[in-house]
Write a protein that binds this ligand. Structure first.
Ligand code: UDP
Ligand code: MG
Length: 324
């Protein structure tokens, strides 16, 4: 989590943030769709396109769009940093009270934006889209995603049907407080739950990709699992890593010591030889591993302190202060 800048105050109602990577055939139509919805809503808004190092004509087209639409902003990355980084840049620049994220490939439907905004108005901090009739391939998308959703829900204790849906609405404080690395945008609800946000889910429309190609393959599934381990660890133990490493370390050391004591008793009191007993090796191994785990835990504790203190990262988050 990051600290909010003290001097920032939103001066618009809604910011729509879109990471865009090689979507030249989609971007004009995408902008028109969002624009139509936003005009109808009649709020003060902006549309932030983050060009994530596209190698086609996406940037040129977006700059054209920007020239004719004063409510739009185009951010150009120097290279492809990934969807997560593009979202993060959008959050940093956003001036809206409510921040909407969505894909730029026309798979998400801007006509769902008013529903999400209304839900935020009901007092939720984060509203997640749920593509209940998702239009993607069965084997490479729907099934892995179903498993991933179950796994992430179970592991992080934030139960959602659709972690992968980009269409989301955030209260600005929540979006701006998120610190995301790698491909962590998928875990936003779990990360945000650490802040202590109220999360709601809204069914949204989903459309098949009609132009351009998907930027991800099946390998994403494995990366998601590794990211899940990181998120789980950071959520539960980042402020007290020794509790995690130490538990394993102590368990291992104690078992090792018990075996060692038994062997010593047998050798010293009962006179049973030690030389041909593999159990001895196991005892030594367990004690050594155990000590290592505890040491790693202690080192992690020190790193954690550096992490929080050097970057001014709070170990808590406040929703409100009354009486000030
Ligand atoms: N995207 C991006 N940077 C990347 C990959 C993707 O900004 O490195 C954008 C992409 O242009 C799209 C969104 O992220 O707007 C989701 O990508 P995609 O549609 O390929 O994912 P899928 O819907 O297949 O999961
Ligand atoms: Mg897509």
């Amino acid at each position: 989590m990051r600290k909010l800048k003290d001097d920032f105050k939103p001066d618009l109602d809604i910011s729509v943030v879109l990471p865009v990577y090689n979507e030249e055939e989609n971007i004009i139509e995408m902008h028109a769709e969002i624009d139509a919805v936003m005009q109808k809503m009649g709020q003060r808004y902006e549309i932030i396109f983050v060009n994530d190092g596209s190698s086609d004509n996406t940037l040129e087209r977006m700059v054209e769009i920007q020239k004719s639409d004063p409510n739009s902003v185009v951010v150009e990355f120097r290279r492809n940093f990934g969807q997560t980084a593009a979202m993060a840049a959008g959050f940093d620049l956003a001036r809206g009270e409510i921040i909407i994220t969505m894909d730029a490939d026309r798979q998400n439907d801007p006509r769902d934006i008013p529903d999400l905004v209304a839900k935020v108005g009901e007092g939720y901090d984060l509203v997640c889209g749920w593509r209940h009739e998702r239009q993607d391939g069965l084997w490479l998308r729907l099934i892995p995603s179903k498993i991933a959703n179950k796994l992430i829900s179970y592991t992080t204790d934030v139960k959602l049907h659709d972690y992968g849906c980009s269409l989301k609405a955030f209260r600005w404080e929540v979006a701006k407080q998120l610190s995301m690395y790698g491909e962590m945008h998928r875990f936003i609800p779990a990360i945000a739950s650490w802040v202590g946000v109220k999360i709601a889910e809204v069914k949204v429309n989903h459309r098949a990709r009609v132009a351009g190609v998907s930027k991800y393959g099946i390998s994403r599934t494995f990366r998601v699992i590794l990211d899940l381990i990181t998120v789980k660890f950071l959520m539960n133990f980042s402020a007290r890593p020794l509790q995690f490493f130490g538990a394993i370390g102590l368990g291992s050391t104690v078992i090792g010591l018990l075996i060692g004591l038994t062997l010593s008793y047998q050798k010293l009191i009962m006179g049973i030889g030690l030389g041909d007993r593999p159990l001895l090796l196991l005892a030594i191994l367990l004690v050594l591993i155990g000590l290592q785990f505890i040491t790693v835990g202690l080192v992690a504790e020190m790193i954690t302190r550096t992490y929080h203190e050097s970057q001014d990262k709070p170990i808590y988050t406040i929703r409100n202060i009354f009486g000030r």
